[in-house]
Design a protein around this ligand. Structure first.
Ligand code: F6R
Length: 609
């Protein structure tokens, strides 16, 4: 959460910083700010509450700020409400240290009290202002240099941070440090960039340095020097990122969310093709051998939509491989002292690869000596680097806050893993495996055909956009798809939506059903289809308006609206049944005049717990 950019070079910094922040706005968007150092050394800070466009207006698209070195920030509030005062950058009391920060300083109260006792005063409620003053305090107390001050800060700080700092006495330099919050450094010719995410700087350079936890860097126009927390130099090589700059552009679509919904066939196809070799699954590129995958206990850890992928996979893997699978919310797993067998395999799923709780869950498993496997979209991200093995999804940059294509690509990797576990466990033979693979290869085309029929969903959304309560019910994999559909609808359209296992509705929740309540039934699983149909009938007789999502040609339940998806193997049905629910969420949000790509209170990657 929160986006950081920095620039030092020969060009004017402010327009470059604004451009970078625009690419990062999905990480947080309740306030934004810039700090630019003029040639005479003075650092000017401009901050605004609200979207980045206001900051651009205030600074004449950057033209009003002169200087070739600067840092910028777009914020998702943690400490202190969204306001101009709390927006970053923050200066220390005498203005000589300027900081932007991503993360949470957990012991900020104690540090603030210490600084207050030393005579420091504060203007904001943020932990970041504490960091600026603490750096100043160490810098002055030890008559030190910035690297010394930052390393002392790192030794005292608890929590997570990615920092970019300007020291008045070190005019042509930017200092950065990180722990548990992402930060990269881009190398250009006679210019350097910093960013919390690669897309912010892709236009300028594809040569990137990754800094690890408890590392710092001193950045000048000519390059970067890296240090560990003991201030010892660290050797690093820049890596070339392969991301396409245009992949993070809207490309003619009105919003990123609809663009990314349309990119799902491609994301799934690319992901499948990367790990399929004829009739076989081939994870050799990820160095995933049978020995690593062999297990009698799979524990999936993830958050939000990635957790919902885990719920689908629990059904698929248990059915195909007959290996017990547990799906856990990473935020719970990390603190509940989980019981894990020696031969367990912990599978972390994350689009960003930076979700704080999922990362902590990986660390928790590793600390217990348990193997970890990550399914991640963002190359080089923290989870990808820390897990024992990583299988990447090929969804490309996902910019809309609500995930769609990454969810679909994660499912694709999950299906392939399920086939591998089933093969290793001797549950399926080559012929069966080939048949499943053939069906998987058909999925992208089938997803595309659901998207092509979006008009019916758009019409439904237009007619029902004032709805206040929606339930989505299903059993098994259909229930898992409902979990994702309900999250999509509530997060982008603010319609109260709940997913329920169809059989569970009667145990209390059915009392909420009244005339006109919209209940979606997802019905693709033949074994339980009639059961869900009966549950729908129960709510229909109590006044609910029924909408069904089922396979083409399937007779399911009496419904006011019926949406169909092409038939596929039932194990892969979530990949299709979720599409109408994604489209519905998008169109309802639009109909209600909301900012579908940046829903209120949210941020794309949740790097704080
Ligand atoms: C919902 C959504 C979130 C993420 C969750 C995990 O649309 O995008 O629920 O799925 O924050 O994020 P990653 O996958 O980056 O770990």
């Amino acid at each position: 959460m929160c986006g950081i950019v920095g620039y030092i070079g020969k060009k004017q910094a402010a327009p470059i910083l604004l451009e970078g922040l625009k690419k990062l706005e999905y990480r947080g968007y309740d306030s934004a700010g810039l700090a630019v150092r003029a040639d005479d050394g003075e650092v000017t800070v401009v901050k605004t509450k609200g979207r980045l466009s206001r900051l651009a207006e205030r600074t004449g698209s950057g033209a009003l700020l002169h200087g070739t070195c600067g840092i910028g920030h777009t914020r998702w509030a943690t400490h202190g409400e969204p306001s101009e005062e709390n927006a970053h950058p923050h200066k220390c009391m005498d203005g000589s240290v300027t900081v932007v920060h991503n993360g949470i300083l957990e012991n900020y109260r104690e540090l603030r009290e210490k600084l207050v006792r030393k005579g420091y005063t504060f203007h904001s409620q943020t932990d970041t202002e504490v960091i600026a003053n603490l750096l100043h305090y160490y810098y002055k107390k030890y008559h030190s240099d910035p690297i010394d001050a930052v390393s002392r800060f790192m030794m005292r700080a608890r929590g997570s941070y990615a920092l970019a700092v300007l020291f008045e006495d070190y005019g042509d330099e930017i200092y950065v440090a990180r722990k548990d919050s992402p930060m990269i450094i881009g190398a250009g010719r006679g210019e350097m960039f910093i960013a919390s995410d690669v897309p912010a700087i892709l236009k300028y350079t594809k040569r990137v340095y990754y800094i690890e936890n408890y590392e710092m860097a001193r950045i000048t126009r000519e390059g970067a020097e890296f240090y560990n927390i003991d201030r010892e130099p660290v050797e690093k090589r820049a890596v070339r990122v392969t991301l396409d700059e245009n992949a993070a552009e809207m490309g003619g679509y009105e919003h990123f969310m609809i663009k990314e919904i349309h990119e799902q066939p491609q994301a799934v196809e690319l992901t499948l093709n990367s790990y399929l070799s004829g009739d076989y699954v081939d994870f050799s590129e990820c160095k995933l051998c049978d020995k690593f995958l062999e297990t009698d206990e799979i524990v999936i850890v993830a958050c939000g939509s990635a957790y919902h992928v885990g719920v689908v996979l629990q059904y698929v893997v248990e059915k195909l491989a007959r290996i017990p699978v547990r799906v856990e919310l990473a935020s719970e797993f990390r603190y509940r002292d989980p019981i894990l067998g020696k031969n367990a395999l912990v599978v972390a799923i994350s689009q960003s690869g930076e979700t704080a709780d999922t990362l902590a869950a990986v660390r928790e498993a590793k600390a217990r000596g348990i193997r970890t496997l990550a399914i991640v979209n963002v190359r080089g991200s923290s989870i990808a680097r820390e897990a024992d093995k990583t299988v990447y999804t090929f969804a490309g940059p996902e910019i809309a806050v609500a995930t769609t294509k990454a969810y679909s690509a994660q499912l694709a990797v999950g299906y392939l893993l399920a086939l591998e576990w089933a093969r290793i466990a001797g549950r399926i033979d080559d012929v069966q495996c080939a048949a499943y693979i053939e069906e998987l290869r058909n999925l992208p085309q089938k997803i595309a055909s659901v998207i092509e029929n979006k008009d019916a969903i758009q019409k439904f959304a237009a007619e029902n956009s004032t709805v206040t309560d929606v339930f989505m019910i299903g059993r098994g994999i259909d229930y898992a798809a409902c979990l994702e559909g309900a999250l999509k609808l509530k997060e982008v359209s603010y319609v109260h939506t709940e997913a329920y296992a169809a059989g569970e509705l009667k145990h209390g929740t059915i009392s909420l059903i009244e005339n006109g309540t919209v209940v979606f039934g997802v019905l693709t699983q033949s074994e339980v289809l009639e059961k869900t149909a009966s549950n729908l009938e129960e709510v229909r007789t109590r006044g609910a308006s029924i909408v069904t999502v089922s396979f083409e040609g399937e007779k399911t339940a009496e419904a006011k609206y019926a949406f169909h998806v092409p038939r596929t193997d039932e194990l892969f049905a979530a990949s299709l049944s979720v599409i109408p629910l994604q489209l519905l969420s998008y169109y309802v949000s639009l109909q209600r005049g909301l900012d579908v790509d940046k829903p209120r209170n949210l941020a794309k990657s949740v790097t704080v717990e």
